[in-house]
Design a protein around this ligand. Structure first.
Ligand code: HEC
Length: 156
């Protein structure tokens, strides 16, 4: 037999009174602006707890003795790299994954970037990672590549 069902009823929200044994935070949860402000404060405190020690405790960024400040020539090259937008297609940060280490070499350490402001880690790899490119090819490779790119890739 078919029965006519009563229409579904929404709980009454008007004049709603929280049960007497509600949690202490239910008062805040019913006030969206206050909830927003208080959550922002809590998130800010959490953020500071995470970030401040990183800035203050020196051991958190392990220094590598072979990492020296850039020479003026290196800085000039870095500026050209940024100017030409190389970082739009190339990253300079090898992640500690096996396939990356196998292809690009030893993964990047935090201490390698202490003189990099702004860092050029990049986020897009249209081309390969260039973090260890310096030791990959001799200077002559780059010289010849500029004159005649295909001469350095005879297979193509
Ligand atoms: C439009 C994207 C793009 C831009 C911008 C770009 N590259 Fe590349 N780059 C590539 C791609 C793709 C390859 C790989 C080519 C191949 O293997 O055939 C590459 C390869 C290279 C390589 C050889 C890497 C290797 O491991 O063999 C070097 C070095 C390089 N780029 C340097 C630069 C520099 C310096 C700049 C800035 C002047 C630059 N690239 C800008 C896409 C780009």
């Amino acid at each position: 037999m078919w029965q006519v069902r009563k229409p579904a009823q929404l709980p009454l929200t008007k004049n709603y009174k929280a049960p007497a044994k509600a949690h202490w935070h239910s008062k805040i949860e019913r006030k969206p602006v206050m909830l927003l402000v208080l959550s922002l404060i809590v998130v800010a405190i959490g953020g500071m707890v995470e970030m401040i020690p990183t800035f203050l405790v020196k051991e958190n960024v392990p220094t590598i003795s072979s990492v020296k400040p850039y020479t003026p020539l290196e800085l000039h090259g870095r500026d050209i790299y940024i100017q030409e937008g190389c970082n739009n297609c190339h990253t300079q940060m090898i992640r500690p994954f096996r396939h990356e280490v196998a292809r690009y070499g030893e993964y990047s350490k935090a201490g390698e970037f202490v003189y990099d402001h702004p860092h050029l880690w990049g986020s897009k790899r249209t081309g390969p990672d260039l973090a260890r490119i310096g030791s990959k090819y001799p200077d002559s490779w780059h010289f010849n590549h500029m004159l005649e790119p295909t001469s350095m890739a005879p297979d193509l």
